[in-house]
Design a protein around this ligand. Structure first.
Ligand SMILES: *[C@@H]1O[C@H](CO)[C@@H](O)[C@H](O)[C@H]1NC(C)=O
Ligand SMILES: *[C@@H]1O[C@H](CO)[C@@H](O)[C@H](O)[C@H]1NC(C)=O
Ligand SMILES: *[C@@H]1O[C@H](CO)[C@@H](O)[C@H](O)[C@H]1NC(C)=O
Ligand SMILES: *[C@@H]1O[C@H](CO)[C@@H](O)[C@H](O)[C@H]1NC(C)=O
Length: 381
C-alpha cells in the first residue's frame, strides 16, 4: 500500500482519515496509477498469442511506508493461539484501504499421516518490515515451528475473487530455514490453481512452477503438473516473479524472462490471488526444526487482469454499503480498449504508460462492458 494508495483511499473515506498515519498529499489514483489507460498490454507466451490485453490493473506498493519494523516481531510461542493473535501494525493491516483489497487468513489444519505437523495461520505472521540496505519497507509473511509439534503460518488473499486470466507480478525474496514454502498463486480450488512456489529446502537458484492438481487420484505425482527450473536468479535476493494465466496456457517469468510454460490443467474457474508462507511437515514443504522460521518479503504486487462478472468482485454487499456511505462508487460504461497502456519497460514500475496506438498497429474493440468503476471515481475526485 503506497502512500498514494492509502492516501487516496482515505480521501474517499474521510471518516477514517483521522485514524491514519498513512495519509499523504499525493493524489494519484491508487489502483491504476494512470487515469488515461483503458486497457493494459503485456507480451506473453509465443508470438502467435502475444500480445495479451487486460482490462484492469492494480499496483500495491509496500515501499516507503511509515511504521516498518527494523527487526522481525517475536515468534509466536506455545502459550499463544495463533488464530487469535492480533496484527502488530493495526494502522496498516486494519486500515480501510487494506481491508478493502486484502484479507489476512487465520485458518488452521490438523495433522494427517501425510502432513504430520498441524498448521495455524496467524495475523501475527504478517507484518511490515524494513530492509535497511535497500532503504525500503516491505510486506513480510512468516512461518515458524513451535516447541510443540506445531507450525504457524501466514497467508493473505486478494479480495478481487473473480480474476479470469491475469498477469501477476511480485518483487520479492525468501529467507530463512529449510522446510518452508513461499507461495504466490491463483486459487479457485485444488484443481484450479496455478503456483509459483519457492521451497526453502531447494537450491537458491531453483523455483517450482505448478498447475494443480500435482497429485493424481491414485496418490502419485503428476509429472506434467510441475516444472522446477534451476540456474535462475537467487530467490533470497529481490527478484521480479511473474505468473501469466491465459485461457489455455500458463507462463512463468523471472525478471522479465520466460522460464517456464505449461498447458496442463490451466485453471478454468474465476480465481483470486493468494500469497502465503507455510509448512506442514509434508513431502513438498519438508519439516522445519523446532524454533526455526522463514519469511517471504514483498516490496510490491502488480496485477493486470480480466474478470468474470463485475470488477468489484464477489463482495457486492460491502460495495453496496460503501455506496450508501457516500463513498460514491459509480457505474460507468467501459470504453473498451481505446487507450492501450504498457506496464513493462516503463519509467516507473507501477505506473503504466500510454502506448501510441498507431505503433501497436491495431485497434481493439471490446464493445460495451458495464462495470462498477472504482477507478473512475478516484480519477474524478
Ligand atoms: C481480456 O478481456 C478482453 C475483453 O473481453 C479481451 O479482448 C482480451 O482478449 C482478454 N484477455 C485475455 C488474456 O483473456
Ligand atoms: C510468548 O510470546 C508472548 C508475546 O510475544 C510473550 O509475551 C510471552 O512472554 C511469550 N511466552 C513465552 C513462554 O515465551
Ligand atoms: C492451532 O489450532 C488448533 C485448533 O484450533 C489448536 O488446538 C492449537 O492450539 C493451535 N495451535 C497454535 C500454536 O495456535
Ligand atoms: C476446475 O474446476 C472444475 C469444477 O470444480 C473442475 O471440473 C475442473 O477439473 C477444474 N480444473 C480445471 C483445470 O478446469
Amino acid at each position: 500500500m503506497s502512500y498514494q494508495h492509502i492516501g487516496a483511499l482515505l480521501l474517499l473515506l474521510p471518516s477514517t482519515l483521522a485514524a491514519s498515519a498513512y495519509t499523504s498529499t499525493q493524489s494519484q489514483t491508487p489502483k491504476d496509477n494512470n487515469a488515461d489507460c483503458s486497457c493494459y498490454v503485456v507480451e506473453s507466451g509465443d508470438s502467435a498469442q502475444s500480445p495479451q490485453y487486460f482490462q484492469y490493473y492494480r499496483f500495491y506498493d509496500f515501499r516507503g511506508l511509515d511504521g516498518a519494523l527494523d527487526t522481525a516481531p517475536p515468534l509466536l510461542n506455545d502459550t499463544q493461539t495463533a488464530s487469535e493473535e492480533p496484527t502488530w501494525q493495526p494502522k496498516l493491516f486494519n486500515s480501510e484501504a487494506w481491508n478493502h483489497d486484502w484479507n489476512i487468513q487465520n485458518w488452521g489444519k490438523p495433522s494427517t499421516d501425510e502432513f504430520p505437523v498441524p498448521m495455524n495461520n496467524s495475523l501475527a505472521n504478517i507484518y511490515l518490515g524494513n530492509d535497511k540496505d535497500a532503504d525500503t519497507s516491505y510486506l513480510a509473511l512468516r512461518t515458524s515451528r513451535l516447541d510443540t509439534a506445531q507450525q504457524t503460518a501466514g497467508e493473505i488473499e486478494n479480495l478481487q475473487k473473480n480474476l479470469m486470466h491475469a498477469s501477476l507480478r511480485m518483487y520479492g525474496r525468501v529467507r530463512g530455514s529449510k522446510g518452508a514454502v513461499a507461495g504466490f498463486f491463483t486459487f479457485y480450488d485444488d484443481d484450479n490453481e496455478s503456483d509459483i512456489e519457492i521451497l526453502t529446502a531447494d537450491p537458491k537458484d531453483q523455483i517450482r512452477y505448478t498447475n494443480q492438481p500435482a497429485v493424481g487420484d491414485d496418490g502419485n505425482e503428476v509429472a506434467a503438473a510441475s516444472v522446477g527450473p534451476t540456474d535462475l536468479a537467487r530467490w533470497d535476493e529481490w527478484q521480479t516473479h511473474r505468473i501469466d494465466w491465459l485461457p489455455k496456457n500458463s507462463y512463468w517469468f523471472l525478471n522479465g524472462e520466460q522460464v517456464a510454460a505449461n498447458t496442463y490443467s490451466v485453471p478454468r474457474k474465476p480465481s483470486f490471488l493468494v500469497l502465503n508462507m507455510w509448512s506442514d511437515g509434508g513431502e513438498w514443504s519438508g519439516e522445519m526444526e523446532v524454533g526455526d522460521s522463514a519469511e517471504f518479503h514483498v516490496q510490491w504486487i502488480e496485477m493486470a487482469f480480466n474478470t468474470s462478472g463485475p470488477y468489484v468482485g464477489l463482495d457486492y454487499e460491502e460495495e453496496e454499503k460503501r455506496k450508501r456511505r457516500g463513498a460514491g462508487l459509480v457505474e460507468r460504461e467501459e470504453e473498451g480498449c481505446k487507450t492501450v497502456c504498457k506496464i513493462d519497460g516503463v519509467k516507473t514500475v507501477g505506473t503504466p504508460e500510454v502506448l501510441d496506438s498507431a505503433a501497436v498497429g491495431m485497434r481493439v474493440s471490446w464493445g460495451l462492458v458495464v462495470v462498477v468503476g472504482l477507478v473512475s471515481l478516484v480519477v474524478g475526485y
